[in-house]
Design a protein around this ligand. Structure first.
Ligand code: MLT
Length: 265
């Protein structure tokens, strides 16, 4: 489905009924990384999966896209769908956006799911790498960025045993619009540190991380879990940076149990 949100076309999937669960993808991916979770949750919940600006089938206006802008897009999408409060999940950049959303719209958040993400801001070298990535996309296109990112993205198990999944993730990245890649990279470079937010998070939080995630390793997840008052950490075996696809069954189990516990409170 599609809606005009903050002046641009935003694509989203919206299925099921009940309490709303909004799941936000990472960079440079799209909503389909959460499809196995949508299938598992729709019998009990309303699941909303947006393509962020610059990604998937949504428009890619000129950037940068600060995390606050993404948060505003999500809030406007929820207004459009007449949804007041959600369980908000985000993978990697989706997690950075979840922090921004919580900072701006805390009353709209029933609980958080932080998958394969980190709370810290970029170092100055990290910001330089992002600018180089933005320029690579603008100069050579998304396929060059996909080729650079792919080797570190997925677990050794996925790379050795699931060639179709590797090809799918590669093509998802290669089809992202160069302007979207540049806009997101420059937006992420500007993001503030969220470490000081962690002790102030007043909702239940599920933290997920692929055991073999090389980009946001389990140590990052452990640090967040230690700093957030009501956090549950689940490490997903045989998964790298995209456990939602690499080990969907384990992620679904963790989500369903977290959501069932929320229902009881
Ligand atoms: C992502 O998966 O969203 C990215 O790896 C996040 C990042 O570049 O920091």
């Amino acid at each position: 489905m599609q809606a005009t949100i903050n002046g641009i076309n935003i694509y989203y999937a919206d299925k099921g009924q009940g309490d709303a669960v909004l799941l936000v993808h990472g960079f440079p991916l799209n909503h389909t990384i959460w499809m196995p979770q949508m299938r598992a949750l729709v019998p009990r919940y309303r699941v909303i999966l947006p393509d962020l600006r610059g990604h998937g089938r949504s428009d890619a206006p000129p950037g940068p896209y600060p995390m606050d802008l993404y948060a505003d897009d999500l809030a406007a999408l929820l207004d459009h769908l007449q949804v007041q409060r959600v369980v908000l999940g985000g993978l990697s950049m989706g997690g950075y956006i979840a922090f921004a959303f919580y900072r701006k719209y805390a009353p709209r958040v029933r609980a958080l799911i932080l998958a394969d993400t980190r709370a810290g801001a970029d170092t100055s070298e990290g910001r330089e790498r992002r600018e180089a990535g933005a320029r690579l996309a603008e100069r050579e296109g998304a396929a060059a960025v996909a080729a650079q990112m792919l080797p570190n993205l997925l677990s050794p198990h996925t790379r050795a045993r699931r060639p179709a999944l590797v090809a799918r993730v590669q093509s998802m990245m290669a089809r992202t619009k160069p302007a979207g890649i540049a806009g997101a990279q420059r937006g992420m470079a500007q993001r503030p540190d969220s470490l000081s937010l962690l002790p102030a998070i007043a909702v239940p939080v599920l933290i997920l991380v692929g055991e073999d995630d090389a980009l946001t390793p389990p140590a990052e997840a452990e640090r967040m879990a230690a700093a957030i008052p009501d956090a549950r950490l689940v490490k997903i075996p045989q998964a790298g940076h995209i456990p939602t696809l690499e080990n969907a069954r384990a992620v679904n189990r963790a989500l369903l149990s977290f959501l069932a516990d929320l229902d009881r409170t």
